[in-house]
Unconditional design. Structure first.
Ligand SMILES: N[C@@H](CCC(=O)N[C@@H](CS)C(=O)NCC(=O)O)C(=O)O
Length: 324
């Protein structure tokens, strides 16, 4: 675990001393957008027109943020148009590495690099900041387009429609306000909430994160009693953004991040919704539970110094969801 400081790698854990024990997530640095015609998107510069084979993804199968991009790549028929390299699940002193001694860790299939930070340094040799997945890379200009998963899934949702012919829409105009409301709460209290609870280094910081997390799971359980999906009767990006956290919850966050008031399987509506999403065509193939158990239990020395991976839980994601 570490970060780049003016292009130099510094191996250090997150600073929680200056924040009363609270984990504060950095904002993503590269915020350009691929668009259908190359015009600039909501942030950053233009010049990134959608095309088959031009863009490349770097992901970890462990990471819930990167997983969103892999789900959208599958849902939108982008697999043959956007190739991928997968980092090794252990994130140790050198940060994300391209070692291949773990099933499904592909190495860097573009450049043969050893470390993910070298991909960042190719774009900005003096970069300061965290070396995170996912990264969307442009092969034509030889630089990073974006390292923000929320933006990348929006690009995948529509920018490549003329390339793929797939017009499925997970960000429909009529639901955008509601999607934004749900996303805001889910991001702060659930997606990031599990990290805030898990990386807290004071009881106060943990309490401040864990209560809103379970308040939100209770709220979602209520929403799903009335609607099939988070924002109504049609699945949207709000569902997929929540799903990658829920998928890891009982196996990792419940134990490793001390989010143990309840498990997902204790919430009947949430658990059935989660199985439906898991069973959605194309999605199960993006799930690599061995990568996420290995990643979390191995990579956080201060939380699990002996790297013991716990046995459970025994969960059947293929059990019929019986929702209709
Ligand atoms: N805002 C980013 C966050 C990505 C992120 O934090 N990824 C984690 C893995 S789950 C990471 O690479 N962390 C490395 C680090 O913080 O040094 C996104 O959503 O794309």
């Amino acid at each position: 675990m570490g970060q780049l400081v003016e292009g130099v790698w510094k191996d250090e854990w997150y600073d929680t001393d200056s924040t009363g024990g609270e984990f504060k997530r950095d904002t993503s640095k590269f915020r350009n957008w691929v668009t259908a015609d190359g015009r600039a998107g909501p942030t950053g510069e233009g010049g990134f027109a959608a095309a088959s084979g031009r863009y490349y993804l770097y992901v970890s199968h462990a990471c819930p943020w990167a997983h969103r991009t892999m789900i959208f790549r599958a849902l939108k028929g982008l697999e043959e148009h956007i190739d991928v390299s997968v980092v090794h699940p252990e994130m140790l002193k050198e940060g994300w590495e391209f070692r291949t001694d773990f099933d499904g860790a592909t190495g860097d299939r573009q450049f043969g690099l050893d470390y993910l930070r070298q991909v960042y340094l190719k774009t900005d040799p003096k970069m300061s900041g965290r070396v995170t997945v996912p990264i969307l890379w442009d092969r034509e200009t030889g630089r990073i387009v974006s390292n923000e998963s929320a933006d990348i899934i929006r690009m995948f949702n529509s920018a490549f429609d003329a390339v793929t012919g797939n017009r499925d829409d997970y960000w429909p105009e009529a639901l955008r306000d509601r999607i934004a409301e749900v996303n805001d709460r889910v991001y702060d209290t659930v997606n990031n909430g599990v990290y805030k609870a898990g990386f807290a280094t004071s009881q106060e910081a943990y309490d401040k994160a864990v209560h809103p997390l379970f308040d939100s799971l209770d709220w979602i359980e209520g929403l799903l009693a009335y609607h099939r999906y988070l924002t109504g009767d049609r699945i949207t990006e709000a569902d997929w953004r929540l799903f990658t956290t829920i998928l890891r919850f009982d196996a990792v966050y419940h134990t490793h991040f001390k989010c143990n008031r309840q498990r997902v399987i204790d919430y009947p509506n949430l658990w059935a919704w989660a199985r439906e999403l898991y069973q959605w065509p194309g999605v199960a193939g993006t799930v690599h539970a061995d990568h996420f158990t290995r990643h979390y239990y191995f990579s956080h020395d201060m939380i699990n110094p002996n790297r013991i991976i716990p046995i459970g839980p025994r969960i059947d994601w293929t059990e019929p969801h019986n929702r209709g």
